[in-house]
Ligand binder design. Sequence first.
Ligand code: NAP
Length: 470
Amino acid sequence: MNLCSLVAGQPVTGAGSLAVRNPYNGAPVGSVAVASRADVQAAVAAARGFRDTPSRHTRSRILGTAAEALEQAREDFARLITQEAGLALRETRYEVGRTLDVLRFAALEALRDDGQVFACDVSPLGKARKIFTTREPLRCVAAITPFNHPLNQVAHKVAPAIAAGTPLLLKPSEKTPLVALKFAGLLSAAGLPGPMLSVLLGPTAEVAETLVTHPDIEALAFTGSVAVGKRIAATAGYKRLVLELGGNDPLIVLDDAELELAVTLAAEGSYRNSGQRCTAVKRILVQDGIAPEFTRRLVQRTREYVCGDPMDEATRVGTVIDEASALQLEQVVQEAVAAGAKVLTGGRRHGALLEPTVMGDVPRDCRMVVSESFGPLAPILTVRDLDDAIALANGTPYGLSSGVVTTNLSHALKAVRALRCGTVNINEVPGFRVENSPFGGIQDSGLGIKEGVIEAVKAYSYVKTFSLPW
Ligand code: NAP
């Protein structure tokens, strides 16, 4: 599949190309013609010059038509993600389903008028007037997305921008560009005007950094690592920033937990999407009383997660994004072992495949649990009680999400209040959400400005107030 970067919906040619290879077997998947700095400038100019904002009805129709087309092409999209990213088909089919939700929620949101009316005779200083609010599109926003949910991350930027009527310039991950461009093609076929979406791949200095620092871009939405997010915060200048960064999410399992549920949540939270979710379970904090039995059952459950060819229907854990990432994870495991941890199952690497791995006796200060380990690792740490678990959970710079497994409502409420992060899910994985609920982290995980379809529409628009004399 050979595709081109898109400037205002039109393919660019001539500035070189980017090859995409399958992380599982190295086979070529396709290539993308890359954009230059001049192409970025042209895309910004086209977006800023665009005045024919489609009506709410038309925006909703475009999103709805795109959802119908994606429904028809579900399997093609899932297979393309599997080829580009090495994720098992179970995961990529699920991702396409989530993207359908994003499109459908955005189609609804395009129709919603959230304007308000304020009476002005409510104060001795007031008057017999009324203030009204109306939501206006921004002229031009940019979005930069990561590799780990290469379709859904893109949809979470593009669909709310369409709902808001705001032109968007997208820079997808260079590791997974094909699915982003295929998705753009689907939107174009659904009637999206060209200037409302450019998709730009190319060298970081020419494309991503030009977008980040461009004075004519009014808002920038970035999802990716903490390091790049902080660099963007330092260089973006005067523009609205939505930063969705890394996570180090705990799953707290208390003595009163329903054990089988806890084991299921730990395994699914740690291994789904090859452990490459910002909200994957990165640390399992288990109260001492049930730790031995929980560990025994998690090891047993982990052995059911077949790791191998992502295209094989039996596979539940495919590759991580590339061999370099798998090697780095292997090193993180070795470091933990050198510090006293034990590999209880898994731990072997074959190219970009890393077996789902349960680690026991993990010291609290080793890299595996202090930093984000973006892969199918399940490190178990024991805790004395809920207070100890909360202190440990809050003990890293991250603050994205969390899960707590308990049957005690007081414990649940205490955890909701005390955990310093964007989400607390009781008896669920940290990653649980629906696509229109507010989502996002604090501290190193983000600035606390939420995404999710409804919040993102707000991020890509602004509220104008006007008043009338009655
Ligand atoms: P990454 O290395 O930070 O890359 C993310 C995007 O930023 C890519 O498109 C990348 O382009 C681009 N980029 C690289 N250098 C840049 C620069 N100097 N200026 C502007 N953009 C630049 O992240 P990743 O490895 O793809 O994704 C994994 C990370 O994303 C994890 O930390 C994960 O937790 C996080 N994540 C967070 C959320 C959330 O909602 N909080 C969701 C998903 C993932 P290239 O591909 O060209 O390098």
